[in-house]
Design a protein around this ligand. Sequence first.
Ligand SMILES: Cc1cc2nc3c(=O)[nH]c(=O)nc-3n(C[C@H](O)[C@H](O)[C@H](O)COP(=O)(O)OP(=O)(O)OC[C@H]3O[C@@H](n4cnc5c(N)ncnc54)[C@H](O)[C@@H]3O)c2cc1C
Length: 390
Amino acid sequence: MGDTAVIVGGGIGGLAAAIGLHRTGWKVTVVERTTVLDDAGAAISLAANGLRALDGLGVGEAVRAASRGQYGGGTRTPGGTWLARMDGRALEAAVGAPIMGVPRSELHRLLREALPAEALLTAEAGPVRATGTGRVQVELGEEVLEADVVVAADGIGSGVRGRLFPAHPGPVYSGSTVLRAITDGPVDGCGDFELTWGRGAEFGHIGLRDGRAEWHAVLTVPEGTRFPDPPAELRRRFHGWHAPVPALLDATRPEAVLHHDVRELRTPLPSYAMGRVALLGDAAHAMTPNLGQGACQALEDAVVLAAALADGPTVEAALTRYDAERRPRSQAVARAARQAGRMGHQLSHPLAVAARNTAMRLAPSGATLRMLLRHHDWEPPKLGRTPGAF
Ligand SMILES: Cc1cc2nc3c(=O)[nH]c(=O)nc-3n(C[C@H](O)[C@H](O)[C@H](O)COP(=O)(O)OP(=O)(O)OC[C@H]3O[C@@H](n4cnc5c(N)ncnc54)[C@H](O)[C@@H]3O)c2cc1C
């Protein structure tokens, strides 16, 4: 069936796919254009499905050891009233893990360390094309890499997707922009994961293992909105919100604040595979971050892809099965994430906000847990380990 794979993009999805393929005996090359990741100064929450995918890849234990479980917390109003509580112990009892928070730089380091150094190449990947001999080529400037399979893990702006699906409209602005940072040190009274929904705005945080926290502020503003002094703007907008919101902002160095517009692939892709090229992660299904599932879905993709390719019998047949397994689930999660944003921070009419808050307060106990389990309860396929490959 072949034994060489080129992965375009060394983000969470690309590195995870490379680990899965390496473990199952493929000779992998990850082509990543940058040495400093765009959002290295942020953290990420991983749910049980993402952690189980990491377990399947053999790196779950290391990632758990670098993470902090989010056992308490939930959703609040700006005045501090709880709308829903999250029971991390119940989540752990049901699916083996609470939501866990980890700095992105740590996660990347652990994924990179699970690969041989020679598998990681810093270069800009150009066009990908099929050869006449049934293999695939990736242009790297003057050079060409040839492989039996190419994995496009090149993120939301995927050049490979653009070439394979020229009629697809590509990513669109979700209506929200997000500013986020990791605090300089621990913040008094700042516990586990919390989300606070105001009118057209959200503030949230997750606790990290070393006592620091990552916070994010989501604003419903026109695309491209930028602020001359982001911390001052955030203090103005979130003034009067319950503790620890102001303290989190005060505990952050201004230069640590990252600002990105949230975009998504609102038009679903018709396929995650074409010939010997597979799309994965944000390249295939970039979603809004409202459920904290984008990277978790990329991790699921990675382990399913590696298992499909290990089962063969041909690359094309394996990629067809990968697409059939991954597209319905990841696109359903993307729809649910978009809906969660619309019902959460994007809601701004006072009556709509009041009706949502009342419905949440009256919801039967266990409703939040059941909602989370819909996405978190997922089992990876078993990856056969090729002797000596890992
Ligand atoms: C504000 C925010 C918060 C989020 N929070 C969470 C969360 O808590 N939990 C969660 O699960 N998900 C979360 N997500 C989603 C998650 O960040 C993404 O889904 C995930 O990072 C996608 O990984 P990826 O590897 O597919 O893409 P990326 O991380 O975008 O990686 C793509 C890589 O490809 C490289 N690349 C692109 N083109 C080329 C080229 N031509 N040549 C070489 N390299 C190339 C890029 O440099 C990049 O490193 C969040 C997203 C946002 C915006």
